[in-house]
Design a binder for this molecule. Structure first.
Ligand SMILES: *[C@@H]1O[C@H](CO)[C@@H](O)[C@H](O)[C@H]1NC(C)=O
Ligand SMILES: *[C@@H]1O[C@H](CO)[C@@H](O)[C@H](O)[C@H]1NC(C)=O
Ligand SMILES: *[C@@H]1O[C@H](CO)[C@@H](O)[C@H](O)[C@H]1NC(C)=O
Length: 360
């Protein structure tokens, strides 16, 4: 018998998932609960002592401050010698508590994972919107050491809430052109510090979900000559979010402000509320590079993984030079109308009432 926590029970009741079982939404809840109940589950915060003692927290904080300063200098918003440093003791104190930097929730891959994407840092292609320099540190929560040999995969929608590499009713306007581009999708290896960096966008919103970026962490994959990876295992399937007030500022600038799809707030998002349970924090820490959003953004987040864990997310499509093509037998093919996983539907906004801030 699976023990269902109080907060999760609230989500279940509010979403009507108990009253109207819809196969895969329940599966997602049970998968999440199994993750929370797992005896070896730990997040980055539980490694705080080790990471502070080894100097890793301080080093990473300084590396990130230096990188933000470099971006500011390059964009003409600061002089090389003008770098302002935060007190390191304060940063160490905050690490993994309210620094918005711990994460290890397992969340669904959703209907739009496209496999076979390229290893590249800049995911923008021709997509418009303030560029986001994203810095992700991957930490092994079983050893409290950075994971230096993984690949981090990222994907998200464009500024008006459409995924590339797929065509589906419900993917924005159901556009049949997005399937031919790989914008806002790609992978990066984690280097010496467990760091992977990308240039991407704050994802736009689409019906039924709060704005989110997807991530998958790959281990032991083989690098192919055409700059893609094959094989290996996946330890983590997660989603990153944007703090609600900051998001409102992003949504007010062009081209986000031309998005006609209904917006769902974090507090009303079923998966966001699941992702926040058990002390996890899937919200990116974001700084302005210049004076305003349009000047670009610098975002950081730390991801805690157990590299030996094995998740089994299912891609809907495979990226080729001719566009995204269906993966035979994918449970997501035909989403949302004619697929094995069609029972997975994030509940409508009105179905999830109230704040779950006090989750656990
Ligand atoms: C790792 O972090 C250290 C300390 O901040 C930094 O000096 C070094 O350049 C980083 N290495 C890489 C490959 O990012
Ligand atoms: C997002 O992608 C769709 C489909 O390709 C496209 O119609 C739309 O213009 C894109 N949004 C922006 C802001 O470019
Ligand atoms: C990369 O190479 C693999 C193995 O040959 C192939 O299956 C895949 O389609 C190629 N991907 C691209 C984007 O060219």
């Amino acid at each position: 018998m699976v023990h269902v926590s109080q907060a999760l029970a609230a989500v279940l009741l509010a979403s009507g998932a108990i009253a109207h079982p819809s196969g895969n939404t329940n599966k997602e809840i049970l998968r999440r609960q199994a993750h929370l109940d797992h005896p070896e589950r730990r997040n980055v915060a539980s490694c705080k002592r080790d990471l502070v003692e080894t100097g890793w927290v301080r080093d990473q904080h300084q590396r990130r401050e230096a990188r933000l300063h470099e971006l500011r200098v390059a964009a003409g918003f600061a002089k090389p010698h003008e770098m302002v440093r935060r007190d390191v003791a304060e940063v160490e104190e905050e690490y993994g508590i309210n620094a918005a930097c711990t994460l290890d929730p397992e969340a669904t891959e959703g209907p739009y994972w496209v496999t076979g994407e390229l290893i590249r840092q800049n995911l923008l292609n021709t997509e418009k919107g303030p560029p986001v320099h994203l810095d992700i540190n991957v930490v092994d929560t079983t050893t409290c050491k950075p994971v230096t040999d993984a690949y981090v995969e990222m994907w998200g929608t464009n500024a008006t809430g459409v995924y590339t590499g797929v065509q589906a009713r419900g993917n924005g306007d159901g556009s049949n052109t997005a399937v031919f581009t790989n914008a806002l999708r790609g992978l990066q290896p984690t280097g010496a510090n467990g760091t992977a960096t990308f240039i991407t966008l704050i994802p736009g919103h689409y019906v039924g979900r709060a704005n989110h970026l997807h991530t998958i962490i790959h281990h032991g994959a083989k690098l192919l000559p055409n700059n893609t990876i094959q094989g290996g295992t996946i330890s983590h399937v997660g989603q990153f979010y944007v703090e609600q007030n900051f998001l409102a500022r992003v949504e007010a600038v062009s081209p986000y402000n031309t998005n006609k799809q209904a917006q769902t707030k974090n507090a009303n998002d079923f998966l966001f509320n699941m992702g926040k349970q058990g002390g996890d924090d899937p919200v990116m820490k974001i700084s302005l590079i210049g004076a305003k959003i349009e000047d670009g953004l610098y975002a950081t987040i730390d991801v805690g993984v157990n590299p030996k864990a094995k998740q089994n997310p299912q891609p809907v499509n495979f990226w080729t030079e001719k566009g995204g093509i269906p993966v035979p037998g994918s449970p997501w093919t035909g989403y949302p109308d004619t697929c094995k996983n069609c029972g997975f539907r994030p509940p409508k906004e009105r179905d999830v009432e109230g704040e779950l801030e006090d989750a656990e």
